[in-house]
Design a protein around this ligand. Structure first.
Ligand code: 5AD
Ligand code: SF4
Length: 436
């Protein structure tokens, strides 16, 4: 086995996937090799997620498997990165004796040093959060693909009462607009066709008086042939200027992920979401007027402390009013250290599940209906690859972020934009035909 082969597994949000590319960039700069085969690695890193308990449980399970691996290969260095590193700190080293290093999201620059120490038998812990670290000067290691992520800001200052993120990822800070636009330009030169600007709350992006709308515009202009996406938006900070910017540029996708979390004003307040359902619905109205055909997705939490069945009905109601194209739907999971952790988790488990299932069923019906309405219409799709089932079919996504499958055709290849006519649809997939 050649020395210093690093294998990384990534869990959780897109931000973590972007961070893994940063970590690979940092390690490659120091002469480490990245491997996709765990058997070839003498450094195994898990980039972890703490947002819900089931995410952490899964990772604990995986660590158990890796422990067996370490028993056979005692020289292997095992490290935990990301949100669990930040949340559990030395606990992971002391209780899970097989972990050699624990490095939180703002200390990745020190990773090579920690790994070297670990080879010498030293345990490493780096979990300080920073008010300034954006890794702006570090080139992430990206394979040549079509789509890339760029994290444009880190951390979150919103302190929603259920959320662990402000504790694991620290305070908000933005990367400079020029460096981001430069990276977008560079990606375009490497033939990337799509970029997603990432942040826990991109709408609070700020760089010397420039806001997120300015950043989006700069990126749209830097790479006119590239699709620009972004996530996540907080309803409190979503400005008219942002909507106008999306409307103005063809290459900024007509799609906003706008987590609502709950449709009940009382629950929204208990969550410290800082907006009302009326404010939220008003944004949706404005967006639909300014950007015809815009699609929305959302996040919803079922069974937050004190949520009554009436509150839950308000959530179903706002889903019917907005008619989301898609949704990520979760049962409330208490996270130690958050404000909501001190509230009584008083919605019984079976009731949480029942509410969650009602939310999922409703969303499925709505997605199905919306997609049926697209039959006969044209959509522009970026050809991203072959469909899972057959290489006679391409798969790609529409401007509005819907998966589309359509028959492959001579002269058309992966990375092209094509116009298709929708012929059939399920709640999750559009089927179509390339325009003659
Ligand atoms: N329990 C359940 N869902 C949560 N989320 C964040 N924290 C929790 C929690 N404690 C969800 C929110 C957020 C998404 C990323 O994860 O819906 O928008
Ligand atoms: Fe968590 Fe709220 Fe910040 Fe999103 S906005 S990361 S839900 S605290």
């Amino acid at each position: 086995m050649s020395k210093n082969n690093v294998y990384i597994e990534t869990y959780g949000c897109q931000m973590n996937f972007a961070d893994t590319e940063l970590v690979m960039g940092i390690l490659k700069n120091k002469g480490y090799e990245i491997t996709k085969e765990i058997e070839d690695a003498n450094v195994i890193l898990l980039n972890t997620c703490s947002v819900r308990d089931n995410a952490e449980q899964r990772i604990h399970g995986r660590l158990g498997n890796i422990k067996k691996y370490k028993d056979d290969n005692p020289e292997t260095v095992i490290g935990i990165l990301g949100c669990m590193a930040e949340r559990l700190r030395s606990d992971l080293i002391e209780n899970k004796k097989m972990v050699d290093l624990v490095v939180g999201p703002d200390e990745y620059r020190r990773l090579p040093e920690f790994i070297d120490g670990a080879f010498g038998g030293e345990k490493g812990i780096g979990v300080k959060l920073s008010r300034t670290e954006t890794y702006e000067d570090i080139a992430p290691y990206r394979e040549d693909k079509l789509a890339a992520w760029i994290s444009v800001m880190r951390g979150c200052d919103k302190f929603c009462t259920y959320c662990i993120v402000p504790y694991t990822r620290g305070r908000e800070r933005s990367r400079s607009l020029d460096s981001i636009a430069g990276e977008v330009r560079h990606l375009a030169e490497r033939n990337f066709r799509e970029v997603t600007l990432l942040g826990q709350n991109v709408n609070s992006y700020e760089d010397n008086g420039k806001d997120f709308a300015d950043l989006l515009e700069a990126c749209a202009l830097a790479a006119p042939a590239m699709r620009i996406r972004f996530t996540t938006s907080h309803p409190q900070d979503l400005s008219d200027k942002l909507l106008e910017t999306i409307a103005r540029y063809d290459n900024i996708c007509n799609y906003i992920h706008l987590p609502v979390q709950s449709g009940s004003n009382r629950v929204l307040e208990a969550m410290n979401r800082t907006y009302t359902r009326e404010h939220y619905l008003n944004i949706i109205d404005k967006a639909r007027k300014l950007i015809p055909g815009i699609s929305f997705s959302t996040d919803i939490i079922a069974g937050f402390p004190s949520e009554t069945y009436e509150d839950h009905l308000m959530t179903l109601d706002i889903m019917r009013k907005v008619r989301y194209d898609g949704a990520f739907m979760f049962k409330y999971s208490p996270r130690e250290g958050t404000k909501a952790y001190n509230m009584k988790d008083d919605v019984p488990e079976d009731e949480k599940l029942k509410r969650l299932n009602e939310i999922i069923d409703l969303q499925q019906t709505i997605s199905y209906e919306i997609n049926q309405e697209l039959i006969g219409k044209q959509e522009t799709v970026l050809v991203e690859g072959f469909s899972k089932k057959s290489d006679k079919f391409f798969s790609g996504r529409t401007d509005t972020n819907k998966v589309a499958v359509f028959e492959a055709k001579e002269g058309i290849s992966i990375g092209d934009y094509v116009k298709i006519t929708i012929t059939k649809a399920t709640s999750a997939t559009l089927f179509g035909k390339i325009e003659e």
